[in-house]
Ligand binder design. Structure first.
Ligand SMILES: Cc1cc2nc3c(=O)[nH]c(=O)nc-3n(C[C@H](O)[C@H](O)[C@H](O)COP(=O)(O)O)c2cc1C
Length: 124
């Protein structure tokens, strides 16, 4: 279920949907490529997913799952997302500067796109 985040993602250029999940249901921290279905839709969106406590921003202590859908700017509050993690790209890092986080996230999205294109080709 998508719940409000801190509203910072849009400012960074990468809006994310924050998921309400119990700690026990969370995968290992890190950045992942994923296919995401909204509610009962069959068409999956290619996505980049962050799992962790956003250590770049002090005060963010709760681990959470955040989903950035590629090429989509949708209001997802209250919708249910089914997230299939396809590949783990890297660990969650603490950046000294927000610019560095933005540059790294842009690079992550490019890598996720390539991984998911290949993944769709081998397992449609
Ligand atoms: C692909 C991707 C990679 C991310 N990598 C990191 C990271 O390494 N370190 C970090 O502190 N936050 C990372 N984030 C999370 C951002 O800090 C977070 O999305 C942003 O602060 C917006 O949070 P909000 O939705 O609660 O406003 C990443 C987010 C995405 C989408």
């Amino acid at each position: 279920m998508v719940v409000p985040g801190d509203g910072r993602g849009r400012e960074l250029g990468f809006p994310t949907a924050n998921l309400a999940l119990d700690e026990g249901d969370l995968p290992e921290d890190g950045i992942y490529a994923a296919w995401v279905r909204i509610d009962e839709e069959t068409h999956p969106w290619a996505s980049s997913v962050s799992v962790g406590a956003n250590p770049t921003f002090e005060g963010d202590r709760e681990r959470r799952v955040e989903v950035h859908l590629h090429d989509a700017d949708l209001d997802l509050y209250g919708r249910r997302l089914a997230v299939s993690l396809v590949a783990h790209l890297r660990p969650t890092l603490r950046f000294d500067r927000v610019d560095a986080l933005i540059a790294q996230t842009a690079d992550d999205v490019v890598r996720c796109r390539m991984l998911l294109t290949d993944h769709a080709r081998i397992s449609p």
